[in-house]
Design a protein. Structure first.
Length: 182
């Protein structure tokens, strides 16, 4: 079944990076929060995903989401997996959308104090790039070296500077999003 899904997605996106390796699926089925800490242990939960896909562009995300929507396959976005809120726990077997390859910086504008970056950029890498322009990321969770911006935004993450600058959502002025329909 997983092989068929992988072939279907490869037909749509010929160079799509994907994995159906058991270890990769297991690693992407939960985040840093052990589900048993919060939820009663449930047999066969979390569910293993069918496939992990690693899109390299927004266009690839659009194609994956359109396909999944038409096929009724659940999709779970994945950043660094560092969250401790259970936001990346796979409750249905479907597609894990690993966004770490969307890690480019489109621009940094020190005068306007704005930057446009991909969801998969690691927070520490973004902060290092901002420093060279006299700026800094006003979000510094314990997971700074491995957490991604998309994950921090989607969970409205807080870090040590949240008291001064607010949670991540208050630091975002715009987003480009792909809807579940693609």
């Amino acid at each position: 079944m997983n092989e068929i899904l992988q072939k279907d997605l490869t037909r749509i996106i010929p160079n799509l990076s994907s994995s159906i390796d058991a270890d990769d699926l297991l690693r992407h089925s939960i985040d840093a929060l052990n589900p048993n800490r919060v939820f009663q242990p449930i047999k066969n939960w979390p569910k293993l995903p069918k496939i992990v896909v690693r899109p390299k562009s927004t266009d690839e995300v659009v194609k994956i989401m359109r396909f999944a929507s038409k096929q009724g396959i659940p999709v779970l976005p994945w950043g660094g997996g560092t969250g401790v809120m259970g936001a990346a726990v796979s409750t249905e077997s479907g597609i894990i959308l690993d966004l770490k390859s969307l890690n480019t910086i489109q621009y940094i504008d020190p005068i306007a104090q704005l930057t446009e970056v991909g969801a998969g950029i690691v927070l520490k890498d973004l902060n290092n790039s901002l420093k060279s322009h006299g700026m800094f990321l006003a979000h510094d969770p314990w997971s700074l070296p491995i957490a991604t911006l998309g994950g921090a935004i989607s969970t409205n993450g807080v870090g040590y500077l949240a008291g001064k600058y607010g949670p991540m959502g208050e630091q975002v002025i715009g987003l480009e999003v792909v809807l579940p329909s693609g």
